[in-house]
Design a protein around this ligand. Structure first.
Ligand code: DAH
Length: 339
């Protein structure tokens, strides 16, 4: 038996293989359950007691050598795959594919940028809100018809918890905890129970601005609106304010800009009027200031709110609001150069 083991030891040390399959075949031949070394173990039982020690040592040596040899063959095979001849360290790296910013993010950032340059700070609030912050504190009476203007998603009733229908709720959140002067810009997602079509969606985005201080006037509001419109749509942009109604502002107005597609001459986009509506605004109603603990005899303020999808539609002539939430890469790629 000793001679047999010695022969095997020599054999094992010269093993060669050209492929991974061949290495595996060798492993099976020598080291598997039914392999040569295991069958030696069976013979080992018959060995007379006085030889057991010497033969045992030899078998172990054989087993170890076989394992080492096979591991080495595997390593050689592996390093061959990456031999230095295949590596070109001077080659330029593959370009990393960058994603693009979503058009809604691009426009939101632009609005934020314009207002932060004027000294406004960003404020955010929860999308799931209570009735007080979305309606009551903003001067919507219990049976106010304006509550019907906004089709609300109710989550719980008594107390009413809703998905906020506008970012005006953040005005209240800030006013109730902050002493004027307050100058904030509130971007965020809002929800309305609308049938989805090319011009309406059940969720969209708004940016709200609020300024409360002593002696804030409508003239201040108008000046900020003009500056915003010209920064956003170009310096030739004109603005027009039309009287309107919102429960939380008095007086209230809607702002149109001269149609940025035809330059105000009239086209199908502006329905040949030369003007397109872009936002709502007004002087903060004293009731709203008082509801939020601000003395309306000392302070006044203005507020404005706009839909980001609407601004984006105008800026980039996107005609279907559904494009913004479909994640169509071809559409998103069109905005690669915009940021
Ligand atoms: N919250 C209004 C809406 O969702 C938009 C708005 C109008 C906000 C006038 C204002 C504002 O702050 O003064 O339609």
């Amino acid at each position: 038996m000793i001679t047999k083991i010695r022969e095997l030891l020599e054999e094992v040390q010269t093993l060669k293989a050209k492929s991974e399959e061949e290495i595996e075949a060798l492993r099976i031949k020598y080291l598997s359950k039914k392999g040569i070394i295991n069958s030696l173990m069976a013979e080992f039982r018959e060995v007379p007691a006085e030889q057991k020690k010497a033969i045992g040592i030899k078998i172990n040596e054989l087993k170890q050598k076989a394992q080492e040899q096979i591991t080495q063959l595997k390593e050689e095979m592996g390093t061959n795959d990456f031999s230095s001849a295949d590596l070109d360290l001077t080659r330029t790296a593959y370009p990393i594919k960058l994603g693009t910013r979503h058009p809604i993010s691009i426009v939101t950032n632009e609005v934020i940028d314009i207002f932060t340059r004027l000294g406004f700070n960003i404020a955010e609030g929860p999308e799931m809100e209570d009735d007080w912050h979305v309606f009551s504190s903003l001067n919507f009476a219990e049976d106010h018809p304006a509550r019907d203007m906004q089709d609300t998603f109710f989550i719980e009733s008594k107390p009413d918890i809703v998905l906020r229908t506008h970012t005006s709720s953040v005005q209240t959140r800030v006013m109730e905890t902050t002493e004027p002067p307050i100058r904030i810009i509130c971007p965020g997602r809002v929800y309305r129970n609308e049938a989805i079509s090319y011009r309406a969606h059940c969720f969209f985005h708004q940016v709200e601005a609020l300024y409360v201080d002593k002696n804030v006037s409508f003239a201040d509001l108008r000046q900020v609106l003009l500056l915003f419109a010209q920064e956003m749509f170009g310096k030739d942009t004109k603005i027009r304010l039309r009287p309107s109604y919102f429960p939380f502002t008095e007086p209230s107005a809607e702002m149109d800009i001269s149609c940025n597609i035809c330059g105000g001459k009239g086209c199908p986009f502006c329905k040949h009027s030369g003007w397109v509506e872009i936002l709502g605004c007004g002087m903060v109603d004293p009731n709203v200031l008082e509801a939020n603990g601000i003395d309306s005899t000392i302070y006044s303020g203005y507020a404005l709110g706009m839909g980001i999808e609407r601004i984006t539609n105008l800026k980039y002539q996107v005609n279907d609001i559904r494009m913004f939430s479909e994640n169509d890469i071809r559409f998103l790629k069109e905005f690669e150069a915009a940021h």
